[in-house]
Write a protein that binds this ligand. Structure first.
Ligand code: ATP
Length: 432
């Protein structure tokens, strides 16, 4: 079915993109190939949402066409021959180009076997009707909508619908994708799609940890990941990923705060995983780590969560001094500490963690080992103990300048010479 008009494109895309699409359609036609705008960009155009990139599919050779477009339109082609895809980079923006292909799955969850195909077959391999539309860029039909699977009526009815009943079996990552689009677009799962999803959550077992983790990362990058996770919990999807995962109320606030921290992208994602794992017991954390195949560093932080949770009662003790807080929390990574702080309500253990993160963690003595050696301390364990004692004096607010630290060291050295208790004598550093 072909319908619609170029007016839609004219009204939604910048003149620069329009010019590119018209010329690209013409150049493809000159090569005997038909070019289409496809997938999310078509969906978002029809919904009047912002477009960030252009996804194109050609019935033909995407790599050869990308090279030709780059040549004629003063751009640059980056090609990926293994995948039959390419990117045409223009000044400040780019367009992705793929050859139309069909996909078959040797078994549920397998990566698809790919064969060159028509645009109709390419659309038939896609996840949801609203993502399976194309806009023709051939000059004679420029701007016309190709909607074989009823994506347009589903957009109007605000429905996420799979293309065929075996869709989640072929690729269960679509379960998480469906929830992501449903919540992002404020749509509803179409009733049969929802029933199949509930029935087939077990198919998530066919998906590798890396792919599953990637899908969760995409969820965390949504504007409201908590809405997707709440829905995933309700439909049994979270439990199917790993037992004990919850997407309820407290996570909403914690994820919101995590995003507000504005950490670099990688650490925000890790923080989100730590928050998701926060309610898990030790054994559940282990299966979560195994299931999502986390890298070693993230696994270490996930395991540390349980140890830190076990410390919380002692952190709530009324006599917690900065030195004690420092020694309790120093072994933990800032990200693990931040996750637990975000997961806790206002009050004492949280106050201690925040004090450590915001102030104590970055404190260090003004004097270093070289300074102590110049003052007459010989290298060895005693020097290390003195540095620790200096840090503790600083944490306690007993010293606040280089001169005060030097005075303290002199005092210790004199006491040491006269047999008094100073850090150099193996005595414990100041009050623990
Ligand atoms: P977003 O706005 O999240 O980028 P998108 O629709 O562009 O949305 P992509 O993940 O970039 O999403 O995928 C591009 C298109 O490829 C989708 O619109 C969909 O048609 C198809 N697609 C992606 N993943 C799958 C999948 N697992 N199964 C079937 N089709 C898929």
């Amino acid at each position: 079915m072909v319908q619609g008009s170029a007016l839609l494109l004219e009204s939604r895309l910048s003149p620069m993109w329009m010019d590119f699409l018209r010329r690209a359609g013409g150049i493809a036609q000159g090569r005997g190939e038909a070019l289409y705008l496809v997938g999310g960009v078509v969906r978002d155009l029809l919904l009047g949402r912002g477009i960030v990139d252009l996804d194109l599919v050609v019935e033909g050779d995407a790599i050869a066409l990308a090279r030709r477009l780059a040549q004629e339109l003063a751009g640059k082609a980056r090609t990926h021959p293994r995948f039959g895809t390419a990117k045409v980079e223009m000044a400040g923006w780019s367009a992705d180009l793929a050859s139309a292909r069909s996909e078959t799955y040797a078994h549920p969850g397998a990566l698809p076997q790919v064969t060159p195909a028509s645009i109709a077959e390419d659309l038939a391999r896609r996840d949801f009707t609203v993502n399976a539309m194309a806009i023709c860029l051939e000059p004679a039909h420029f701007g016309q909508l190709l909607d074989i699977h009823g994506g347009f009526p589903d957009l109007k009815a605000r429905l996420i619908r799979i293309l065929h009943p075996g869709s989640f079996m072929d690729d269960a990552t679509r379960i998480l994708r469906a929830l992501r689009y449903e919540q992002r677009l404020d749509f509803q799962l179409e009733s049969e799609t929802e029933a199949l999803m509930r029935w087939q959550t077990k198919m998530l077992d066919t998906i590798s940890g890396d792919r599953l983790r990637h899908e969760l990362e995409l969820i965390f990058q949504e504007e409201y990941p908590e809405k997707v996770l709440a829905r995933a919990e309700k439909l049994g999807v979270l439990a199917a990923i790993s037992s004990g995962l919850r997407g309820d109320g407290w996570l909403t606030e914690a994820l919101r705060c995590a995003r507000r921290l504005g950490e670099p992208r990688g650490s925000t994602l890790e923080l989100c995983f730590l928050l998701l794992a926060y309610p898990l017991g030790e054994a559940q954390v282990e299966s979560f780590i195994r299931r999502l195949h986390f890298p070693a560093q993230v696994s270490r932080n996930l395991r540390a969560l349980s140890r830190l949770k076990a410390l919380l009662p002692s952190l709530a003790a009324p006599d917690m001094s900065p030195v004690r807080i420092y020694h309790h929390l120093h072994p933990f990574s800032p990200l693990t500490l931040r996750a637990v702080s975000l997961a806790l309500g206002p009050g004492m253990p949280k106050g201690c963690i925040d004090l450590y993160l915001d102030r104590l963690r970055s404190l260090s003595p003004f004097l270093d080992g070289d300074d102590l050696r110049r003052m007459g301390v010989s290298p060895g364990p005693r020097l290390g103990r003195m540095l620790r004692a200096l840090l503790e004096a600083k944490l306690e607010g007993k010293v606040s300048s280089r001169e005060e630290e030097q005075a303290l060291v002199k005092e210790w050295l004199e006491k040491g010479a006269s047999g008094g208790a100073a850090p150099g004598r193996g005595g414990k550093p100041a009050s623990r």
